[in-house]
Structures are given as C-alpha cells and as structure tokens.
Ligand binder design. Structure first.
Ligand SMILES: Cc1ncc(COP(=O)(O)O)c(C=O)c1O
Length: 451
C-alpha cells in the first residue's frame, strides 16, 4: 500500500513555509492561465532579471571544465584562470569528488581571511563550515541546540520563516520577541527580557537567540550598541547567538553600516557566549541563490561540541562543490589592478546602486498610499509595510485579493509574525525599476477599491 498522510509525523505536518505558500500556488495557477504575475514574494534576485557577476561565472565554468583554460583561453581573463587553478589544486580532486565534511580547506582559509579583512579579528579556518546555502547551516545549528521539546529558541517577530519552520520540524519551542515597528524595528533589552520571562513561565528552557541583521523582512540594520546589548543579554542568560548575516552587503541608508556579531564579541573579549554566524552567496550583490553556497563560522564553542557539529555535517558528506566555489568567489574578489577588477567593481556597484534606488522608490511609493505605512528599507531586500484593513479582513485575504486584482504576488505578514491586531505584507525590492513603479501604481489602485 502506498504511503498515507497519516503515516507522516506531526512535526512534518505542522511545518509551514509562507514564502512559498498558498498565495504563491495561486499565482502560479493564474500565470498558467495567461495572467501577468509580478513575483515579489521571494528574495531570488536572478529570477527578477539581476545578472550574475561575470567573475563568479567565469571561475565556476573553469572549475567545472578546466580544459576551457586551453581550449577557449581568449574568453577568460588570466586572474579567473589562476583562481580556478588554485581552487582545483586546493580541492585536490576537482568538483566531481566529495570534499572534507567542513568543505574544501583552501576555501575555508579564504573565508577566514575574508572575516579577518572585514573585521580585523583572528579567524580559524577550522571554525568555518561550508554549507548548501545559509539555510543548511541554520538547520544544523538548530538541530544541535534543540535537545528536547522544552528547549526554546528566541526568534524576532517578524522573522524569516526558515526559523519557525525548522523549530517546528525539530520539535522545539519558538520563543517570540517583538521588534519595535514604531522605533525603526529596533530591538530593546526590555523586550528581550519580557519574552524570556514569559518563556520561563511556561517552563521553556531557552537555549539560543536568533538575530537577523540586516533584517528580513524588516529591512532594519542594527548598530554596534544594539549588538553589544544582545551579547550582554545572551551572556547573562546563558544563551547561544545565531547571527544571520546573509544581507551584510545590503545596506542602503546613509549613516547605517553592517557590524558583525563576531567583531563585537571579539572587541568585548567575550569568551563565554557561543556564536554561530551565517553567510550566503544568495544575497548581497551575487544573488547566486541557485548555486546554494553558504558558510557558518563558530566562536566560543568547546572542542567536544564542535566535534559533534562535524559529525552531523559528515552525515550528508559535504556541501555541494560548485556552491563552495561560489563562496570562494564571494570572499576572494579580483584584486585591484588585476584584469577582472574594473568589470567586477562596475557590476557590483551597478547591482548595489539599483537595489538602493529601488529600496527608496518602494518605501516612498508605499508611504504615499493612504492606509499603508512603511518603515525605511535601510537594508536587506524587502519592505514590510503595515496595512489598515477593513474590519474583519485578514492579511491573507488582502494578499490573495491583491494577487487576483493586480497580479502582484506578496507574502502576508502572518507568515513572518506580527503583533496581534496588526496586518502587514512583505514585498521584495527586486523587480527592475520600471516594474517596481508598476507594482506601486497597481497597489495604490487596488488599495482604493479594497476599502
Ligand atoms: C534571513 C535569511 N537567512 C537565510 C536565508 C537562506 O538563504 P540561502 O539561500 O543561503 O539558504 C534567507 C533567504 O532568503 C534569508 O532571508
């Protein structure tokens, strides 16, 4: 007899992932019927016309097919050929063989060097684990930390649903802490303390706190004081920190800048707070979501615990090798004066300038629509505006009606979490500028009729 739904575990059945939920299914159905759909539901830059960086694709092509360096040398600049040769040599057997469970050491050394250059702190290549996108790293850390159904993980609300879904799947407890929408989505020690105290009342043993910086879906960027506050909070309550830093290159607002948890931890000479930091090739200006490249770096994790992390990573052998190469390309860009450098800089700045422009366009456009209020999109790739709804309507109904009326696919706030009684949706800043203008126009028209 074929497998039945009832054969599946409760945790599997209860796991939800709104970013690809029923509204997206409806959008695909409408598209099949010939409707023009603008997908603003997911941070997938190359699905919305963003071009891959030439540097990344040249090095990847040469690593996959090294003969190109001889057979089609004219197509490739010397530094791309040299990088690919160094990677192949470093990997020992090329892209068709499994690597070490943590990933190719040569690439982990490049990641350690990148963190050192970024933050000026010592970094051990053996504390770096290459993963299939940041998602797999986050799942590995949560798998480690959730040891019983009483174990809780603090997550920001609103949050990226990878966290809620994985905590449900691993049968832990999601402990919400609210970001303050009226204060630029900042987080406060008071809110963290309140959420922890509430969890303790329900006898939840909180093990870790997740921070997404820059924020998805909020677009907010934390400053150094906020990060230091979280570290102090984690220290006092014995929590590990999961710092999701996949949008570290995506900071747009003047005066804001990305500061890593690793840097602040080291500056505080903090040796007792365990930190997992995550990064990815999917975001930033590479947008290489399909290549599934990512890494996590650990600090203040005892040797016997890191041996368990390694054991878990080795169960799936290793991260995919093209993804590992994409990570290398992210952390080792062409150096000044090299043949690829000028084109690399032009492509990088082109992508980042466009994102910055669209972040502003979207935020201003949404704020000009009566009934919608949107905080600054200071970073990341999303706006998470608050919408006033007619009495009795939900954000799910709003987003479905918006899709049906305008072809714009956004994700209801419920999928990320929001203060009860409020309604939001998340839209990406990724559609090309002309389409983005169209998105704003269509939302404005819809808003008039919906009320
Ligand atoms: C905050 C955050 N973390 C992690 C991820 C996962 O990215 P990856 O493609 O590297 O698995 C995403 C993807 O959108 C994200 O927004």
């Amino acid at each position: 007899m074929a497998i039945k739904l009832a054969d599946l575990g409760k945790a599997v059945l209860e796991t939800e992932y709104a970013v690809r939920g029923p509204i997206v299914a409806k959008a695909q159905e409408l598209e099949k019927q010939g409707r023009d759909i603008i997908y603003c539901n997911i941070g997938n830059p190359q699905a919305l016309e963003q071009k891959p960086l030439t540097w990344v694709r040249q090095v990847l092509a040469l690593c996959e097919y090294p003969e190109l360096a001889e057979k089609a040398a004219a197509l490739f600049p010397l530094d791309a050929i040299e990088a690919s040769r160094a990677i192949i040599k470093g990997s020992k057997f090329g892209l068709g063989a499994y690597s070490e469970s943590k990933g190719v050491r040569f690439i982990r050394e490049a990641v350690a060097d990148f963190i050192h250059r970024r933050d000026g702190i010592a970094t051990d290549p053996d504390a770096v684990y290459l993963t299939d996108g940041a998602s797999k790293g986050v799942q590995a850390a949560l798998r480690m930390l959730i040891a019983s159904p009483h174990d809780g993980i603090m997550v920001p609300i609103p949050q990226y649903p990878l966290y809620s879904a994985t905590i449900t799947l691993y049968e832990g407890k999601q402990v919400n802490y609210y970001l303050d929408e009226h204060n630029d989505w900042k987080l406060s020690r008071q809110m963290l303390e309140e959420s922890l105290a509430e969890a303790k009342r329900y006898e939840v043993k909180v093990k870790a706190i997740v921070i997404i910086n820059p924020g998805n879906p909020t677009g907010s960027v934390l400053d150094k004081e906020n990060i230091a506050m979280v570290i102090d909070f984690a220290k006092e309550h014995n929590l590990a920190i999961l710092a999701d830093e996949v949008y570290q290159e995506n900071v747009y607002r003047q005066g804001d800048s990305f500061v890593s948890f690793a840097k602040v931890l080291e500056e505080k000479k903090e040796k007792t707070v365990s930190l997992f930091s995550f990064h990815s090739t999917s975001k930033g200006f590479l947008g290489e979501c399909g290549h599934r490249g990512g890494y996590f770096e650990i600090r203040n994790i005892p040797v016997d615990v890191s041996a368990q992390i390694l054991k878990l990573q080795s169960v799936s052998l290793c991260a995919n090798l093209p993804g590992q190469v994409a990570v290398y390309c992210m952390v080792k860009p062409p150096v000044t004066g090299s043949p690829s450098h000028a084109a690399y800089v032009a492509e990088r700045d082109g992508v980042l300038n466009q994102l910055k422009q669209r972040a502003r366009l979207l935020q201003d456009g949404l704020n000009a629509i009566p009934g919608i209020r949107c905080n600054d999109v200071a970073g990341a790739m999303y706006a998470f505006p608050c919408v006033e709804l007619p009495a009795g309507r939900t954000d799910n109904e709003y987003c479905m009606a918006l899709l049906e009326a305008t072809g714009i696919c956004v994700v209801p706030g419920t999928g990320f979490g929001q203060i009860p009684g409020t309604a939001h949706f998340r839209t990406t800043i990724l559609p090309p500028t002309a389409k983005m203008e169209e998105v704003i126009k269509r939302i404005a028209e819809f808003q008039k009729t919906y009320h």
